[in-house]
Write a protein that binds this ligand. Structure first.
Ligand code: FES
Length: 186
């Protein structure tokens, strides 16, 4: 085999690789618009922030708002529920992290870190079980908070996971009380 004959296949190999690479880039740029069109459109993004009037939510009552397609529980807890949550030692918690988007990511899951600043009776949290996403039932379960009927997770009166397969406390979304009766979420 001469030097000349071995050079040809090498050049062909290079051409195959170069052609393949161009085809892959072409396929990726063609695929992106198809994938991207599944991302939220402008109308959905406009709902990124909502304002909820909680003036009708009495002591011991909750409402559920819809935010970014998810339920958000807004509850004015009773004094007994607040006391119950405060009395829990951190060591007893399955998830010791607050999971509160408004404070440090590693803040401890004290009741204070779970409730609204300066309004500890108010709990605002995404009503989605951290196990596989069912919506827990309020004021149910062994810890007087929420009970997820899908696989039996129990959350306490601060929405912290206490029993069952769910790994985390229910998430507290970004929110603030813009007045005594209006909560802005998002
Ligand atoms: S989804 Fe809630 S316990 Fe499984």
């Amino acid at each position: 085999m001469s030097v000349h004959e071995t050079a040809d296949p090498n050049r062909r190999d290079f051409l195959y690789i170069a052609t393949g690479a161009v085809a892959a880039v072409g396929a990726a740029s063609l695929a992106w618009p198809f994938i991207d069109q599944m991302n939220p459109d402008a109308a959905t993004l406009a709902l990124a922030e909502i304002e909820v009037d909680v003036s009708q939510v009495a002591d011991g009552q909750s409402i559920t708002a819809k935010w970014r397609g998810k339920p958000v529980f807004i509850r004015q807890r009773t004094d007994a529920e607040v006391e119950e949550a405060k009395a829990v030692p951190l060591a007893d918690l399955k998830d010791p992290v607050a999971r509160n988007a408004n404070i440090a990511a590693d803040a401890p899951a004290t009741d204070e870190n779970r409730s609204a600043p300066g309004k500890e009776k108010w709990l605002v949290m995404v009503g989605v079980c951290t196990h596989l996403g069912c919506i827990p039932l309020g004021q149910a379960g062994d810890y007087d908070g929420w009970f997820c009927p899908c696989h039996g997770s129990s959350y306490d009166t601060a929405g912290r996971i206490r029993q069952g397969p769910a790994p985390e406390n229910m998430a507290v979304p970004p929110f603030e009380f813009t007045s005594d009766t209006i909560v802005r979420i998002g």
